[in-house]
Design a protein around this ligand. Structure first.
Ligand code: NAP
Length: 288
């Protein structure tokens, strides 16, 4: 059985589903947004294994859950049980958010557009004429590459340990995308780490996704890893005078798009960013 907590009758319920779920930052993000907007919504993290995807969607319908975030391992598994998919979710074959369209459950993927929105917000610049190197070809990389195509960027180069996966990811980037190598890094405007290298609590903690000698002062370097906030890659980028952008921006902007799909309202981005930054900093200090 997938059980959702009962909301008070005056409250609207939203959830994040996945496994493991106890370290998810989504409850903090969305409950902060609901509180600031004075909405009577409440958001809970619910542990759901992959084999319970169908049961989970049935429980969402039965309990009239109005907002759903979806994380691993359910992003693909929920798809057969939804009524409709957004273009992004269809192309990526991955859903990270479910909303209602009258009586239909619609699956979305807000990761890529969250990334693009965070870049534009952080740099204050458009990206359509820019060139990108994306290191990585997993779920996050694919979402980013697809949205960069939609944003009509000039060039996308994909680098990944597994070459076949790089080819599949580059196909999402359209005619301006191709598979490359680390030697392509110095030539681009933006370098994005979309691997998990550098992530706290993993065997790759403290590591770089590629050697620092490829970094230049003209680069804008974005690390999708957000724990730690200041990754080895970002420190190396700042050392050569490049601009560094943390993964917190994408995390908050992809959630803001979900919040907008559920409530029709814009999310209080800056307040959420402050809260999340402080939470991750505290977690890092505890784990030191
Ligand atoms: P994923 O689907 O598992 O993909 C992992 C990627 O990392 C693959 O390209 C994999 O290469 C590469 N990789 C892992 N270990 C490696 C190693 N030792 N050497 C070389 N490459 C390695 O994961 P994901 O969902 O895309 O997430 C990737 C990272 O982005 C995670 O750290 C995640 O937390 C972060 N993320 C952040 C946000 C945000 O909002 N900021 C959103 C989504 C994800 P192979 O293909 O060769 O295995």
């Amino acid at each position: 059985m997938v059980n959702f907590p009962k909301a008070e009758t005056s409250q609207t319920m939203a959830v994040v589903v996945g496994q493991p779920i106890n370290h998810s930052l989504s409850p903090l993000i969305h409950n902060t947004a609901f509180t600031i907007a004075n909405l009577k919504w409440t958001y809970h993290a619910i542990e759901v294994p992959k084999e319970k995807a169908q049961e989970c969607i049935e429980a969402i319908r039965d309990n009239n859950i109005r907002g759903v975030s979806v994380t691993m391992p359910l992003k693909e598994a929920v798809i057969p049980f939804l009524d409709e998919l957004s273009e992004a979710a269809k192309e990526l074959k991955a859903v990270n958010c479910i909303s209602w369209d009258v009586e239909k459950l619609v699956g979305h993927n807000t990761d890529g557009d969250g990334f693009v929105n965070s870049l534009v917000a952080e740099t204050g610049e458009g990206i359509s004429g820019s060139s990108f190197v994306i290191v990585g070809a997993g779920g996050a990389a694919r979402a980013v590459i697809r949205s960069l195509r939609e944003a009509s960027v000039a060039k996308i180069t994909v680098i990944n340990r597994n070459h076949d996966k790089a080819i599949v990811a580059a196909q999402l980037g359209g005619v301006n995308a191709s598979v490359g190598a680390t030697e392509d890094i110095p030539e681009c405007d933006y370098v994005v780490n979309a691997t998990s290298i550098g992530m706290a609590g993993t065997e790759n903690e403290g590591s770089m996704p590629f050697p620092a000698r490829y970094l230049k002062s003209s680069h804008t370097v974005v690390d999708l890893v957000y724990n730690p906030i200041e990754t080895p890659l970002l420190s190396a980028a700042r050392k050569v005078g490049a601009t560094g952008i943390t993964g917190v921006g994408m995390l908050v902007h992809q959630a803001a798009l979900q919040y907008q799909l559920w409530t029709g309202m814009g999310a209080p981005i800056q307040e959420i960013e402050r809260k999340i930054t402080s939470e991750i900093t505290q977690i890092s200090q505890i784990n030191e």
